[in-house]
Design a protein around this ligand. Structure first.
Ligand code: E4P
Length: 220
């Protein structure tokens, strides 16, 4: 399973990359706006930090301007994946951009029917949002299970990117469901490391080692 960071914060990206476990980045207009820097320049900086797919979202609602913006975004760097919303206009733009050989991540997917549409339009990635479905009383993970099953049934090449992941359990369940990618905030990636037995075990190992080899050097 590929791990993507769902952030536009450069310090978070640098830390994740230093761990060697970040395969790509997803951004959205909210995350980009939070950092307050010019859009294209910011995407370029992200591409300099992370060597992997970097999703940059169009901020248009009509297919014509979306296609034009998507083409411009794709020119920023070879790793840029253009993100289009799962609307009629977004799918029209997805079909056109995919036809041009531009990789598209279809975002804001909330149903299996929408995911089939994204695959048929030639999307490189589809992004079903788990946490936002949980927020309104659905079981978001059921959607990941349905989409991975349907894509397997038909051999669709579109990759399933489990998005809006809010906890380590979401990450594990997405992996069990066969999601190709999981995108998560930095906080969730950081939490994946944690286990109290790791901390306890390491503390004991260090204590035993230092007791023999550092605190009592004369005994050697
Ligand atoms: C994915 O590409 C989205 O940016 C993201 O996962 C949305 O997550 P949220 O629902 O926590 O905002």
């Amino acid at each position: 399973m590929k791990f993507f960071l769902d952030t536009a914060n450069l310090d978070e990206l640098r830390t994740g990359v230093s761990w060697g476990i970040v395969d790509g980045v997803t951004t959205n207009p909210t995350l980009i706006a939070k950092e307050g820097k010019p859009f294209e320049e910011h995407i370029r900086e992200i591409c300099d930090i992370v060597d992997g797919d970097i999703s940059a979202e169009v901020v248009e609602t009509e297919s014509g301007p979306m296609i034009r913006q998507g083409r411009e975004l794709a020119k920023i760097h070879k790793n840029v994946v253009v993100k289009c919303p799962l609307t009629r206009e977004g799918i029209k733009a997805t079909s056109a951009l995919s036809g041009d050989g531009i990789r598209v991540n279809v975002t804001l997917c909330f149903s299996a029917a929408q995911a089939i549409i994204a695959a048929k339009a030639g999307a490189y990635i589809v992004s079903p949002f788990v946490g936002r479905l949980d927020d309104i009383g659905f079981t978001g993970m059921d959607l990941i299970r349905s989409i991975t099953q349907i894509y397997r049934n038909y051999g669709y090449a579109t990759q399933v990117l489990a998005a809006s992941l809010r906890s380590p359990t979401h990450v594990i369940d997405s992996a069990l469901a066969g999601s190709h990618i999981g995108t998560m905030p930095f906080k969730v990636l950081d939490m994946l490391f944690n286990h109290p037995l790791t901390d306890k075990g390491l503390e004991q190992f260090m204590k035993d080692w230092h007791k023999t080899f550092q605190e009592e050097p004369a005994a050697r």
